[in-house]
Design a protein around this ligand. Sequence first.
Ligand code: UT7
Length: 340
Amino acid sequence: MNVNCHISGLGVSVPDKILTNQDLEKIMDTSDEWIVTRTGIKTRHIVKDNENISDYAFLAAVKAIEEAQISFSEITHVLVATCTPETLSPSVACVLAEKLALSAYSGLQLISSHNPGLVCLDFNAACSGFVYGLELARAFLALNPHATILLVAAECLSRKMNYQDRSTSILFGDAAGACIISAKGNALFRLLDVSVGADGDYKDLIRIGGGTDKKVQVGDTISEDFFLTMQGREVFKYAVRGMAQESLKLLHKNALQAEDIDLFIAHQANLRIIDAVRERLQLPQEKVFTNLDKYGNTSAASIVLAMAEAREQGILKKGQKIVLTAFGAGLTWGSALLAS
Ligand code: UT7
């Protein structure tokens, strides 16, 4: 699909509250040594009791909007990748649009009178959400080349952690990232191509309950399946295979070799998974950016969080070819090719 797709602003926001491996040692049978060796994670940021993920989505969105030098009234689409929305309805996208409209117009006004035809949409591709969002943005731009899309990836995994389940609860953290995508604009990145996939046969490998699958009544106690459950070892195998294959497929389609990539950013799930993918692509260590040691697995937000930090550290810079790749519940996966 030949669509001009420019990313012109990027912003991230993470909660101040930090949950360290040492904190986890106090509440479950685990150790810093096990977590670091098996995953590479040292800390994760989690929301405070009085916070919601839309608060962080808002902060990230404001940064992206400011960098893109646009106003909220120019936005035509608010797309939010999340598998941990604060409510099943309204969508985080609508909550975010209200927060942005209030800050933009400093008064209670109907957004629709400022952004006629505004599209607000949450979508759930789990940890592949940001890459799926690039595919969605590209499709919306093909429909309307004048669209200005706010793509947000925001997750509050900490509220879906069963801290009695040591094999999964040590992995996840909360974060939000946002970017502005349009066909014009002063691009930080150009989306050259994106490719996504899914296979529902593996739907039970990662699951987050708390939907409408069970009849509940006021006063019922929460059961284990309200939380995120995962068959970690199985997911590990598919994650390595999925991210490596999708990235190679995308490179091949664009007549590129792995050696043509300047920077590789994979979903930050586990350092051992990223390393196995890196080996399959035969990439040197210095071309692979990771920051999961600080944030853990922030699901859909992890790639945009890594992009922002790689840019801040001068690792992601102008003139590069960048491959993003993700894998998550569903199972879902996807890879994107960007030029900076
Ligand atoms: O973002 C969505 C995609 N998700 C992923 O990509 C996650 C993929 N999976 C993984 O990252 C890894 O499978 C885990 C980190 C979840 C687990 O690592 P593992 O090396 O696959 O460990 P394991 O599940 O095979 O468990 C090995 C041992 C077990 O003990 P035994 O049975 O060998 O005695 C576990 O009970 O480690 C034990 N264990 C722990 N020990 C200390 C599991 N969790 C812990 C823990 N602390 N937190």
